[in-house]
Design a protein around this ligand. Sequence first.
Ligand code: SF4
Length: 148
Amino acid sequence: MYLVSACLVGVNCKYSGGNNETLWIKEWLKDKNCMLVCPEQKGNLPTPRPPAEWKDGKVIDKEGNDVTKSFMLGSKLTFEEALNKAKESGEHIELAILKANSPSCGSGTIYDGTFTGTQITGDGIFASMLKREGIPVVSELQETEVCR
Ligand code: SF4
C-alpha cells in the first residue's frame, strides 16, 4: 500500500485552496493500492488556511497563530488511520510520496519559518512519524527514484 499527499493528485486541500497536481504520480498510481492523506485537514484546519511553517519547535502560521496542536493531531490521526488500513488489507506501507517542504508532509527539507521560501534541513511532522517507523518517504521531486 502506498500513501500519497492528496494535494499531489489534484485534491484542493492545499492551504491556498488549490492543489499541487503532479502528473507522473497520478500515472504511476493507476494500478496501485493507495491511500490519499492530508494531515492538515485531518487536524481540522480549514481550507483555505494561512500558510504555516516550523519555527523554534512550533508550527506558526503567517498570521502568528501557534497551530502546532492541530498539526500534531492531524498527523497522528492520519498515521493511525494508515496503519489500520494497511492492517485491514493485509499489506504493509511500502512507500509514501509526500509534498516537498510542507510542515506536515515535507521530507528532508522544510521551510525555515520566515515565509521567504528559504529551505532548511528537516522533516514535516507526518513524514517524521513515518520515517520513525521505517517507512520510506519521497517527494514529488524524486520521480527518477520511484519510477526506475
Ligand atoms: Fe495536505 Fe500534505 Fe498537501 Fe499540505 S502538503 S495540503 S498537509 S497533503
